[in-house]
Design a protein around this ligand. Sequence first.
Ligand code: FAD
Length: 326
Amino acid sequence: MRDEVPVAIVGAGPVGMTLALCLARWGVPCVVLERSPVPRRVGSRAICQQRDVLDTWDALGAGTLWREGVTWSVGRTYVGDREVRCVRLARLGASPLPAFVTISQSRVEAVLEGLVAKEPTVVVRRGFEVRTLVPDDDGVTLRGDEGELRAAWVVLAAGAHAEALRDAIGVRFEGERHPDRFLICDIKVDLPGLAGERRFWFDPAWNPGRQVLMHAQPDGVFRIDWQVPAEFDLEAARRSGGLDELIRHVVGEQPYELVWASVYRFQSSLADRFVAGLPSALAGSTAASTTSRTWPGSSRRSSGGRLQPRSLGPTTRSGGRPRCTT
Ligand SMILES: Cc1cc2nc3c(=O)[nH]c(=O)nc-3n(C[C@H](O)[C@H](O)[C@H](O)COP(=O)(O)OP(=O)(O)OC[C@H]3O[C@@H](n4cnc5c(N)ncnc54)[C@H](O)[C@@H]3O)c2cc1C
C-alpha cells in the first residue's frame, strides 16, 4: 500500500509526538511511523525538562506536565565526604512556569500520546519500522516491511541510534562517547527533606574516582545515577547484592522499592545538518545527543574515564560546610 501525506514523522518518542501536535495546531496532517508495536512505559530516562520545553507543551495542551513535575531549589555538591558547594536557585522572571521540572519520560510520553490520539489530522502507525528512505525532487518514499509511504517531507525523530536513516539522507553524526557507563535507578523511598534538593557527589568513598547524582521525581521516586566502569554488569549486581549495597549508600536503612534500573552510556554527538535539503529534517536526539550533566567537561578533564575532582579545588579549600549561595 502506498499512502501520500504532507509530513511523515519517524519515531513516536517525546520529540516526534511534540512535532505531531505542533503540526496539528498549524493544520498540517501528518503520519507518525513507530517501530515499537506498543508504547514503552519504562523509566525516567530524559528526566529534566526546562522552561522552553514546558512552555511548548503548555501551548499544546500538556500543561499537566509542568504541574505534575517537581523542581529542586537547593543543589549540593560533595567531593569525597565533604560538601563543597551549595547553590540555592532563585525563582527568576515573570513566567508562571518553573525554570525546569523533573518528571519521567514515560509519563511525558503517555500524556503526549493521549493528546495525539485526539487529533484528527495525526495518524500514528505502530509496528512500522522504516528501513529505507528514498528522497527525490518532489518528496520522499519511506519503506518498511509493513508497507510504503510517500510524503512531501520526512522528519527523523528516531532517536540517537538512527544511523541507517541518517546515512540514507547523507547526514554525518559525530562526537564522543564516554568510556564509563551510568547505572540509572528510579527508587521509591521516603527521604524527608530531600525532595527539594539535588545532590551531586564526586569521588565519594562508596564510588571512588567516579560520580553519583540524585534528584527527586513526582510520587516519592528518586532518580539516582552512578558512574560505573564500562564492564559493570547490572544483572550480576542484582544477584550478588551489590546493587542493594550501592543503593544503601545513598538511601541508608530506609525501606525502598526499585522501580526501574538500567545502564546507559552518554554520548555527545551532533548531526552535521538538521535540514538535509528538501525534503528531510532531523529532530531530537537523531539530530543532537548530549548530556545535561556537567560531564562533557568532566570528560575532558578525565583520565581513563575517571573523574578528577581536584578541578573543584578552589571551593574545597574553604573548609567546613559551605553556605548556600544564590
Ligand atoms: C537509561 C536511559 C537514561 C537516560 N537518561 C537521560 C537523562 O538523564 N537526560 C536526558 O536528557 N536524556 C536521557 N536519556 C535519553 C533520552 O531517553 C532521549 O534524550 C530521548 O528519548 C530523546 O527523545 P526522542 O524523541 O528524540 O527519541 P526517542 O525517545 O529515542 O524516540 C525515538 C523513537 O523512534 C523509534 N524508531 C527508531 N528507529 C525507527 C525506525 N527506523 N522506524 C520507526 N520508528 C523508529 C523508536 O522506537 C522510538 O520510539 C536516557 C536514555 C536512556 C535509555
